[in-house]
Design a binder for this molecule. Structure first.
Ligand code: SF4
Ligand code: SF4
Length: 248
């Protein structure tokens, strides 16, 4: 359903390009794709899922995710942990469909599209959409036609794309591309500032961070309750500590 399938259109799709797709419970394949996947989670995916489930970021990460470090960048990669047995189902799939539909991850929202960085359709580091090849997906044979733009709108992808692209800016920094992978200290900073937001919030408020960063009262109030604002601060913090850029 997600990444790691070869794109049908290697060149990428523009906003007005069209494809046919419809996913519904009347299809014989319904729910079959929500299993046995390496389903990546972006920082904003984790934020939405932990909020939707009413969990702390610590509890969500421990219960539902796996992580490893990318061999090239050294950045942590987080994915949803499938059930152990018998068919490695997604922990959120139910007979009626997705139990976390309103907060489902980017990859689930995008499908049958994927997004990748760089390539022929964009400058290095820019993300672009492509059509995925998924044998057995009967939805691709349905008659409903979408433009890429309408599909993204219909799936509520606006805030996901915005926040994922901000994270892409952190990961694809020219200084990182030219340098070495992150060291262990950098990995831990990325995990806390982008994925474990409740721990990052304690770091902001229970150390000298807020004073040193010059956060005014309005900013402190917002960061105390707004996870998206906190994630934006986390990304700015990473640009500063990893690349010595201004945290603006
Ligand atoms: S999060 Fe929902 S849509 Fe995504 S794989 Fe799990 S059950 Fe399927
Ligand atoms: S139509 Fe495709 S996305 Fe929908 S349930 Fe079937 S395989 Fe999954």
């Amino acid at each position: 359903m997600f990444t790691r399938h070869l794109p049908v259109s290697e060149a990428g799709l523009g906003p007005g390009d069209t494809f046919s797709f419809s996913c519904h419970s009347g299809l014989a394949c319904f729910n079959s794709c929500c299993r046995n996947k390496q389903l990546p989670l972006t920082p904003y995916d984790v934020l939405r899922l932990k909020q939707g489930l009413g969990l702390s970021s610590d509890a969500f990460l421990a219960a539902y995710t796996l992580y490893w470090t990318d061999s090239e960048t050294g950045f942590p990669s987080i994915c949803l942990r499938m059930e152990e047995a018998p068919d490695r189902a997604c922990p959120f799939v139910s007979p009626g469909g997705c139990r976390v539909y309103d907060d489902r991850p980017t990859a689930c929202r995008l499908y049958p599209l994927g997004r990748a960085a760089g390539g022929q359709a964009g400058a290095p580091g820019r993300a672009f959409a492509f059509l995925m090849s998924t044998p057995g997906c009967l939805g691709r044979g349905e008659e409903q036609v979408w433009t890429v733009e309408d599909w993204m709108e219909s799936q509520g992808l606006g805030p996901y794309v915005r926040m994922n692209d901000r994270m892409l800016e952190v990961v694809s920094q020219p200084r990182r591309r030219a340098g070495k992978p992150l060291d262990e200290g950098g990995v831990q900073k990325v995990i806390v500032a982008c994925y474990n937001l409740d721990v990052f919030r304690r770091f902001v408020f229970e150390t000298a961070f807020a004073d040193v960063a010059g956060l005014d009262e309005a900013a402190r109030e917002r960061l105390a309750s707004d996870d998206t604002a906190l994630l934006e601060l986390g990304m700015a913090y990473l640009r500063r500590v990893l690349y010595a850029q201004d945290a603006g």
